[in-house]
Design a protein around this ligand. Structure first.
Ligand code: ATP
Ligand code: MG
Length: 317
């Protein structure tokens, strides 16, 4: 187990944005990065191991009911957010996971402060919440397209000065507050290359079963590629903190990106190390008394404790 935790930590280390560092996305993170020597066929096995590990930890997280986990997914269109959620969470109990997707804000949402709609969807203790797009849109799309900011109807005082720096600070403080109160925040940026995005869009057009996934708006957004790269770089530099660091997931190879996403989430859960609650000696004695009562109810010819008997057989086999 300790060995597994170490391997996971090593795998994700190059993806972590060092808090306080200045990121230039194009220079610092390669969307095609892959761990040396790792082949796709071994990747499948590795992902299966990661998924099983997540399932186990999620059960413990729910049973302990003390910590919650918030996974924030950011990407450009066709970055693979949906596929990442589908694969990485495929083994966990759906009752303990809640996915919230954030679109253009509604008029009710615009009537509130900009973090309100995200706060409404935070996970409870014991749960894993997934934000498919997140509060980071507030310093990404809102920054790239000024009209989104106009729609927020901020008072003059909130618009003046270094608005984006203020938002970074507010987001960091909000995340700090959540972390201090038992909610761990995992932030993944799926880093796609411009050429791979072009290929994925073409695939959506070429394959009739993918047409529904294609939106002309996505191609319009692509024209703002450089503005987004800049906004992402600044956001990563300003909001990767010790308590909630960013991980830049190489997204051009879907299979490797999914392994990395599962590994970052697993790393967080391993750090939390949730434990099943144990019962007191007194409660254990109560349970043993109930056990004797149930054994006494055994009908003629039946095992007094069929579970223990079956278990014993299995162990002998
Ligand atoms: P998919 O296309 O895979 O279904 P998606 O997340 O791209 O998923 P869409 O409905 O296509 O979902 O797009 C949602 C849109 O909402 C995006 O263009 C995004 O930039 C926009 N959006 C999200 N948050 C905000 C925000 N706070 N202000 C303005 N626009 C936002
Ligand atoms: Mg979309």
């Amino acid at each position: 187990m300790a060995n597994q935790a170490k391997r996971i930590a090593e795998l994700i280390e190059p993806l972590r944005v060092e808090p306080g560092s200045r990121v230039d996305l194009a220079k610092d993170f390669d969307p095609r990065y892959k761990r040396r020597g790792l082949k796709k066929k071994h990747g499948r096995e590795l992902l299966e191991t990661g998924i099983a590990l997540l399932a186990d930890y999620q059960r413990r997280l729910a049973a302990q009911n003390t910590y919650g986990v918030l996974l924030c997914l950011q990407a450009l269109d066709a970055g693979g957010k949906d596929g990442t959620i589908r694969h990485v969470m495929s083994g966990v109990n759906p009752q303990g996971v809640h996915v919230s997707s954030f679109k253009v804000p509604s008029s009710e949402e615009l009537d509130h402060d900009y973090l309100w709609r995200y706060a409404c969807r935070l996970p409870a203790r014991g749960d894993i919440g997934i934000f498919n797009r997140s509060h980071y849109e507030e310093v990404l799309v809102v920054r790239v397209h000024q009209e989104n900011l106009d729609r927020q109807r901020l008072p003059e005082s909130a618009k003046s000065g270094k608005l984006w720096h203020r938002r970074y600070r507010e987001i960091n403080e909000w995340e700090r507050y959540l972390t201090d109160n038992g909610f761990k925040i995992v932030k993944l940026f799926l880093n796609l290359s411009k050429e791979e995005q072009r290929t994925r869009f073409l695939r959506r057009i070429d394959r009739p079963d993918r047409n529904w996934k294609f939106s002309s708006a996505d191609v319009r957004e692509r024209k703002f590629w450089d503005d987004y790269q800049k906004a992402f770089s600044e956001m990563l530099s300003a909001t990767s903190t010790e308590h909630a660091p960013w991980y830049v997931i190489p997204a051009d190879r879907k299979w490797f990106g999914r392994i990395c996403a599962a590994a970052v989430l697993a790393h967080t859960l391993i750090e939390i190390d949730p434990q099943y609650p144990t019962v007191s000696d007194e409660r254990r004695l109560d349970l043993l008394a109930v056990r004797r009562e149930l054994e006494d109810e055994a009908p003629e010819g039946a095992e007094r404790d069929p579970y223990a008997a079956g278990h014993g057989k299995k162990r002998k086999a």
